[in-house]
Design a protein around this ligand. Structure first.
Ligand SMILES: [Ca+2]
Length: 330
């Protein structure tokens, strides 16, 4: 059993790294043995925070570098952060850990909506989802990184071709704005970036992410928030509308694009872990439209989904004692 498992990734040798939100990074062998990786940064395990995503450097096979996202405490509140470090040859310790990005501002009165998902672009820049920390309006404020997707270089510097780079009063790492709590982020095989995020009461979203676009939160939504019905995306064509939204919510966790053929007919589809939806939700994209094409009920809140080296689908159950499971296509 894993304690609050949140994310996983396959190493080139077939073993897995799994994060536990309570703060441990676990090395899982192909026969299911669990080890802990030493040297992980101190995290703030509180509310929806803790150790969140793990990603491999695009040049991992030569540099052994991994990236971790997590919430951290500071005197002025908690915030999302991203650190990088080098995995040892036996994969059981991390060295040279350096924080390369921090959400701004910190939030002192809430421990929700950190986002925290990471994805590498084909150009090897790192995209990170930063939730709006349950603050709403700051998702529209380009002077901060609440409710944004940010793009940074692997050393934490900011690409000069980012949409707001060098503009006064903006954070140069911002790629897109107006997000609520994005937990899914995938570069598709065609190079386009797709994101899933939790809506409020209704209105979960599956978005195609465009450079510099605003996704509308909390000015528009397909849901209601705290009893207030929000204007729909259709009322504000200046905001990017989701390709697909869900009411009632599925509460999307992790997401992949399935690229194998072990699950027949799924190749190219997006597969979303669903917490409230208690299973997997399969989405097919055609051009710039998307449709839900299937659900796999699994009877538990599913936090994360990943594709194994042989094309199998692996999932993490959510919660205090979640299982890591391999799904059988039959
Ligand atoms: Ca939106």
């Amino acid at each position: 059993m894993l304690a609050y498992p949140w994310a996983m990734i396959f190493l080139p040798d077939g073993r897995m790294l799994v994060t536990e939100r309570s703060g441990a990074l676990r090395l899982v062998s192909t026969n299911g043995t669990l080890l802990s990786v030493a040297g992980v940064p101190q995290v703030a395990f509180d509310g929806q925070g803790g150790l969140l995503d793990v990603a491999l450097d695009p040049d991992f096979t030569s540099n052994n570098v991994i990236y971790l996202s997590f919430s951290e405490n500071a005197p002025d509140g908690s915030g999302l952060a991203v650190a990088k470090g080098t995995l040892s040859g036996d994969r059981q310790s991390l060295s040279g850990v350096t924080v390369i990005w921090r959400q701004s501002p910190k939030i002192a009165n809430d421990n929700r909506h950190f986002g925290g998902r990471m994805a590498f672009a084909p150009d090897k820049t790192l995209f990170v989802t930063a939730g709006e920390r349950h603050q709403g309006a700051p998702a529209q404020d380009l002077a901060g990184t609440l409710g944004k997707i940010v793009r940074i270089n692997r050393d934490g510097s900011i690409p000069t071709d980012n949409p707001y780079a060098g503009q006064t009063g903006t954070r140069s790492e911002i790629w897109s704005s107006g997000h609520r709590n994005p937990y899914g982020l995938v570069f598709a095989a065609d190079g386009r970036l797709f994101e899933s995020e939790m809506g409020p009461d209704g209105g979960d979203e599956f978005n195609l992410i465009a450079r510099g676009a605003n996704y509308g939160w909390r000015l528009v939504s397909e849901g209601s928030d705290a009893g207030e019905t929000l204007p729909r995306h259709s009322t504000r064509p200046d905001f990017a509308a989701p390709l697909l939204s869900w009411t009632p919510v599925i509460a999307p966790g992790g997401m992949i694009q399935y690229t194998a053929n072990q699950f027949r007919g799924w190749e190219g589809d997006f597969v979303l872990a669903a917490l409230v939806g208690q299973g997997l939700v399969r989405v097919r994209v055609s051009g710039s439209s998307a449709t839900e094409v299937g659900r796999i009920p699994l009877g538990a809140r599913i936090r994360e989904v990943e594709q194994g080296p042989d094309g199998a689908i692996w999932i993490l159950e959510d919660g205090q004692s979640g299982r890591l499971l391999k799904l059988d296509p039959a």
